[in-house]
Design a protein around this ligand. Structure first.
Ligand SMILES: [Cu+2]
Length: 265
């Protein structure tokens, strides 16, 4: 299949893909050529399990308009390239803001977890859990953890590295039209390292780098999926005045505090 777009429109260039990884709130736009009739499965594949999401039935009837000849070409999207051009001057500057993603557990939580063996064989101790393979926790196999955790015992945190402020105590102010480079680090040494899909309201952004490696095919986004241990640099296009939220898009994390606000004026 051909990956052509994401949260905020087309990529600069189309790319061939076998599959896409999506976090909550992220979107991918793909084009698929069905050159045979039949029923085709849409699957969510994780390292441990395959989930059926639905199916697509392709009939043998003739099509009115065929896009098959266009499909074989990978396109470039000049309008997208042009929409990014004025921001390229900001790509290499040092981050204006740095935030860490982390977790704090109440003492009742750490006491009841102390020394327990998790169902997946991982040892849980006061030192926290091991980092999931690839930085992504694919299956929810932490029944005990879910049973004993609530918004009083667990606090998911966004921490501003410059001020030490956390979550809704963070109150950034940006000038409209002055793009802001934000570095987000997902701490692999937190009590429960896992991925966080970070979502910004009101503005669009570009994902510039993953772990210091530059992205070569840009797209406008509003959510970025950050595996445990990864550092992501984004450039926020501060074009829409107002007071806005930024938060993790896993509902339990958001409910347990993982949100902040910023102002554009
Ligand atoms: Cu999260």
């Amino acid at each position: 299949m051909k990956l052509v777009g994401a949260d905020g429109g087309a990529y600069e260039k189309d790319q061939w893909k076998e599959s896409v990884v999506l976090g909550p709130s992220e979107r991918a736009v793909v084009e698929v050529l069905f050159d045979k009739s039949g029923i085709f499965a849409i699957q969510n594949k994780t390292p441990n399990k395959t989930y059926s999401l639905g199916s697509i039935t392709v009939s043998a009837d003739p099509v009115e308009v065929s896009y098959a000849s266009k499909f074989n070409t990978l396109g470039t999207h000049d309008q997208v390239v042009e929409s990014i051009d004025s921001l390229r001057q900001y790509f290499d500057r040092a981050p204006d803001k740095k935030i860490n993603l982390s977790l704090q557990m109440g003492s009742n939580m750490t006491k009841s977890m102390g020394g327990h063996m998790m169902p997946n064989g991982q040892m849980m101790s006061g030192m926290g859990m091991s980092v999931p393979a690839g930085g992504i926790e694919w299956e929810d196999d932490m029944q005990m953890m879910n049973q004993i955790s609530d918004t009083d015992s667990i606090k998911w945190k966004i921490v501003d590295q410059a001020t030490g402020k956390e979550n809704m105590d963070i109150d950034w102010s940006f000038a409209k039209g002055e793009p802001v480079k934000i570095q987000i680090f997902n701490d692999p040494n937190s009590m429960h390292p896992m991925q966080h899909p970070m979502h910004f309201h009101g503005q669009r952004f570009l994902v510039l780098e993953h772990n210091g490696v530059k992205e070569t095919n840009l797209v406008w986004k509003d959510t970025v999926f950050i595996p445990s241990g990864q550092t992501v640099d984004i450039l926020l296009d501060t074009s829409n005045p107002g007071t806005w939220m930024a938060h993790c898009h896993i509902a339990e994390h958001l409910e347990s505090g993982m949100m902040m606000k910023f102002n554009v004026q």
